[in-house]
Design a protein around this ligand. Structure first.
Ligand SMILES: NC(=O)c1ccc[n+]([C@@H]2O[C@H](COP(=O)([O-])OP(=O)(O)OC[C@H]3O[C@@H](n4cnc5c(N)ncnc54)[C@H](OP(=O)(O)O)[C@@H]3O)[C@@H](O)[C@H]2O)c1
Length: 239
């Protein structure tokens, strides 16, 4: 079994990679700038699971052609889209290239990647696609209006695409976290993070490993009957 994890060099992507490797998957580990993190991850995974394959894949989702990525992928059973970025600013202050980057990274390139790789995913008759969305795709957030927009579009895309590929055995779902303890939230002060924690009924941020557990379940499922869903994983926050 082979999975492609977009954003393996991120905190959530690394958690997913470790979880899937433990379950016996071979992995295409995507990164953009953080080659060092992927090299360390591959060394760790090779030592623990010497019979599996761990293949680094560099790809810039803003500037590269989709074929740069898809030409490096041979056999494939699952794709997990765990890459992402955000800009924390008012809509009136966001630059056009920042809007383009959010659109390309979260929506346009995932769609182009699926167009190219769908035939490979369909071969096993149990292909799996999982997106890491966001609770903001449902409730929306001030200061992250365009980010909320693309995360909402991710759920709409999964809803529609799931219907198109169910007969091929492919399931398509979104895991939509609330606040997760990762470097994406590093720009917030500890006081800001503390006030977010106080708003969350579960009284803490999620851990990347918890997101990885749910993704592990979705890609391992024997049937494709759970499909087209957005699963909110937010400790009761904003729901
Ligand atoms: N953290 C949270 O609280 C939270 C909450 C809800 C949803 N999410 C979502 O979860 C996903 C992962 O977030 P995270 O917290 O793990 O973020 P992270 O640690 O900042 O990782 C971001 C990942 O995206 C990749 N990336 C960024 N720009 C890219 C580009 N131009 N081309 C290709 N890849 C690019 C990064 O690659 P390099 O580092 O190699 O450049 C990295 O692998 C995102 O979709 C995010 O929106 C996060």
């Amino acid at each position: 079994m082979h999975a492609l994890i977009l954003g393996s060099s991120g905190d959530i992507g690394t958690g997913i990679a470790k979880q899937l490797a433990e379950k016996g998957w071979s992995l295409y580990l995507h990164y953009n700038n953080n080659q060092e993190r992927i090299s360390e991850l591959i060394t760790e995974l090779h030592e623990k699971y010497p019979k599996q394959e761990f293949i680094p894949v560099k790809f810039d989702m803003v500037n590269d052609n989709v074929l740069v990525l898809t030409r490096q992928i041979f056999t494939l059973d699952a794709i997990i889209f765990a890459q992402g970025n955000t800009y924390y600013k008012l809509l009136v202050d966001i630059e056009e290239e920042e809007i383009d980057s959010l659109w390309k990274i979260h929506i346009k390139l995932p769609i182009l990647i699926l167009k190219e790789l769908q035939d490979k995913l369909a071969e096993s008759k149990s292909g799996r696609v999982v997106f890491i969305g966001s609770i903001y795709g449902k409730v929306g957030s001030a200061m992250e209006v365009v980010y909320s927009t693309v995360k909402g579009a991710m759920s709409s895309f999964a809803d529609a695409y799931a219907k198109e590929v169910a007969s091929l055995g492919i399931s398509v779902n979104v895991v939509a976290p609330g606040a997760v303890d990762t470097k994406m939230n590093q720009e917030f002060s500890s006081e800001d993070l503390e006030s977010i924690r106080e708003e969350i009924p579960a009284n803490r941020l999620a851990k990347p490993d918890e997101i990885a557990d749910l993704v592990g379940y979705l890609v391992d499922m024997k049937s494709n009957y759970l499909t087209g869903q957005t699963i909110y994983f937010a400790g009761g926050w904003l729901l």
